[in-house]
Design a protein around this ligand. Structure first.
Ligand code: ADP
Length: 502
């Protein structure tokens, strides 16, 4: 097709705190955005739920709003793509379309006990080999098991084929298609603990371990291709739904990390780091996750994924816990008011440490305080800690993948911070690049959708469209970097195994 300037791709970005709809033009430019929050439900400590109907209503409302507010009609939309909060689990009735329960959100810990039992029974290795994941309450499989265990008659009804399971992508595709399509893409499927990432299909053995009837499962479709048709009743005309990917994978695609060895980091509350490892799944020896990035034209791209629990949250803690700053943006000027950290190291192990330490008993600590230490040094140590943690995850990825990083592409709220980004480049010894369009998650969904209908020709066109807003070049001497890492490691060592087991 010949893309016209009055045509757009619609990205539906269903995140944990809000739903957004964004119109992208043929140069990958943003033409309009609509956004609305969704309600968080916390029925018990450790439980997090979303109202499944609200998710649908809010997503539909923002899609309608972005068209209306920008004077765009549905006939100008060549394709739509979905990207979504991952792992969040929905169970609904196929005949009525009614959810049987609120959605269980990825953050929800209610199935930690089920995970402990699976691990104690010796199944963790099988799950890791087949799915690339660690057995954790985070992923959908045990959440679905919990629903089947707790809703009266649900398992019997599931066996009779009366019920449907899906993550949020499936749920939205089902609603948008008027109940015609029960589908998911491999990037979302690879977060369920039920999907064999090597054979790229649901795994009967894992389903049996979790007592999940196969009749519940959505059909696997490409992340970019003919997925479903959005019914005319929703936006005024039928629109092809041709893109689908979980939020972090979509962001990696939106950052045009399309070649083996390219990586992105999203600096939000936590940091999410993903590296493209090409067409073969790469097992990690650092307990990083192996996950499907996207599947297109029959080819599957795999990623390694790691995360940092306290990313921007470290800055929030300085603001809300210590009252050291009154808004997150103030941290940069405060940190820049001193030439260096003055020997101060903050280990933000407030909720334990993830890769490569994996110590849930580590706790936050400040080291190197002297009479000369000021709040500015602490602010600087907080920003540096975000960069140290991210660098260590990336180094673990480089070791797993046997490949050196050439640059790091960044986005998320804290990526605005130039001092942090420069320090990150210095620590990694590679350029850190911030793109012009930082709505990378929605952009990735749009790219996947637009490629499928020929609005964009190929990945080379996407690569050419991606533009840097700022490139932070590493400027630190190797000897200084070695010294800083050595001190950081000394600090981390002292924060490990602090909390006592309950
Ligand atoms: P999320 O999607 O997880 O809500 P965002 O991408 O919106 O996160 O980023 C918000 C996070 O970024 C917050 O944790 C906040 O503390 C941090 N943040 C925002 N601005 C800055 C800044 N200028 N410097 C450092 N951190 C910042």
């Amino acid at each position: 097709m010949e893309a016209r300037s009055d045509q757009f791709v619609l990205a539906l970005d269903q995140g944990t705190t809000s739903a957004r709809a964004i119109l992208f033009g043929r140069h990958g430019n943003i033409h309009g955005i609509a956004q609305q929050e969704i309600t968080q439900h916390y029925p018990q400590p450790g439980w997090v739920e979303h109202d499944t109907d609200e998710i649908w209503q809010v997503q539909l409302a923002v899609a309608r709003a972005v068209l209306r507010d920008n004077g765009v009609s549905a006939t100008q939309i060549v394709a739509a793509g979905i990207t979504n909060q991952r792992e969040t689990t929905v169970l609904w009735d196929r005949s009525t379309g009614e959810p049987l329960h609120r959605a269980i959100v990825w953050q929800d810990r209610r199935t930690a006990g089920i995970c402990d039992e699976l691990t104690a029974a010796g199944h963790a290795e099988l799950f890791r080999e087949r799915t690339g994941l660690v057995v954790d309450a985070y992923f959908s499989g045990t959440k679905l098991k919990w629903l089947l265990d707790h809703i009266p008659d649900a398992r019997a009804r599931a066996e009779r084929g009366e019920l449907a399971f899906g993550t949020i992508d499936s749920w939205l595709a089902w609603k948008l298609s008027g109940g015609q399509a029960h589908v998911t893409d491999p990037s979302n499927a690879s977060r369920t603990l039920l999907f064999d990432i090597h054979r790229r299909c649901w795994d009967d053995e894992l389903l049996a371990l979790l007592d999940i009837p196969p009749a519940l499962l959505p059909r696997i479709v490409d992340s970019s291709g003919e997925i479903a048709t959005i019914a005319a009743e929703w936006l005024g005309a039928e629109i092809p739904l041709s893109g689908m990917a979980g939020d972090q994978q979509a962001a990696t695609f939106g950052q045009a990390c399309l070649e083996h060895g390219m990586a992105k980091s999203t600096y939000g509350t936590g940091c999410f780091l993903l590296m493209n490892t090409g067409q073969a799944p790469m097992a990690s020896s650092h307990r990083l996750l192996t996950t499907v990035g996207w599947q297109r034209q029959g080819h599957t791209t795999y990623l390694l994924e790691g995360s940092v629990f306290m990313g921007g949250a470290t800055v929030q803690w300085l603001r809300d816990g210590l009252g050291l700053i009154s808004s997150a943006d103030q941290i940069e000027a405060l940190a820049a008011s001193v030439p260096d950290n003055g020997g101060v190291y903050l280990v933000p192990a407030h909720t334990g440490l993830g890769a490569p330490y994996w110590d849930p008993f580590a706790r936050g600590a400040l080291f190197g305080l002297t009479r000369g230490t000021t709040r500015a040094h602490i602010a600087r140590a907080a920003l540096e800690a975000i960069a140290f943690q991210s660098a260590e995850v990336l180094q673990a990825m480089e070791n797993d993948a046997g490949q050196r990083l050439s640059e790091l592409r960044v986005d998320g709220g804290a990526a605005k911070n130039d001092l942090l980004m420069q320090f990150q480049a210095d620590l990694l010894g590679v350029p850190v690049v911030r793109p012009k369009i930082t709505e990378t998650t929605a952009l990735g969904a749009a790219y996947l959708a637009g490629l499928a209908v020929g609005f964009w020709r190929d990945e080379a066109e996407l690569t050419a469209m991606w533009q840097a807003e700022h490139c932070f070049e590493p400027a630190m001497a190797e000897s200084r970097r070695t010294e800083l890492f050595a001190d950081w490691h000394r600090a981390v060592e002292r924060s490990l195994h602090w909390a006592k087991a309950e």
